[in-house]
Design a protein. Sequence first.
Length: 183
Amino acid sequence: MGRIISHFFISLDGVVESPDKWHFRYFNEEMGAAMDRSIASTEAMLMGRLLYDEWSVHWPEDPSGDPFGEFINRIPKYVVSNSITEPAWRNTTALAVDVAEIEKLKVWTPGAIGISGSATLVRWLLANGLLDELNLMVHPIAVGEGQRLFDAVGIHPMRLLRQETFSTGVLNLHYAPTDVPRP
């Protein structure tokens, strides 16, 4: 059975929007290696409609030869949307915003189903008990404004699975939702 694992670059004040404006000064080989490990274990990508709209314009035509472009174009992609029914991006399937649809995807996909950059979708998955792991790369910067990952999500206790600290001060934290907070 597949596991849904979300990945976010996040600031100290919880901002996940526009990491291109604050993230890259902290990128180094350690972070690249952690991201490579995540990509290597990902069997499919799940995304919301807004991320699909952005990435489906950029990545299919990316001439840079970026390894992420190769990865994202070949991997099966699932866009969760009630407005997109026939996605044009190669290897992409539309799924309705429906708990049963996501549960079926988890049954069909044997490995990790990655999510990156779809905060609204992650909040919905968390609220519906469908998120299996939350990977946060917490950057030592307060951004001050922008969409926050945990806007109006209610209380969701998490259990720390593993962590590492990069030399740049970025914390790579992996959490799983839990019903019982641990001391």
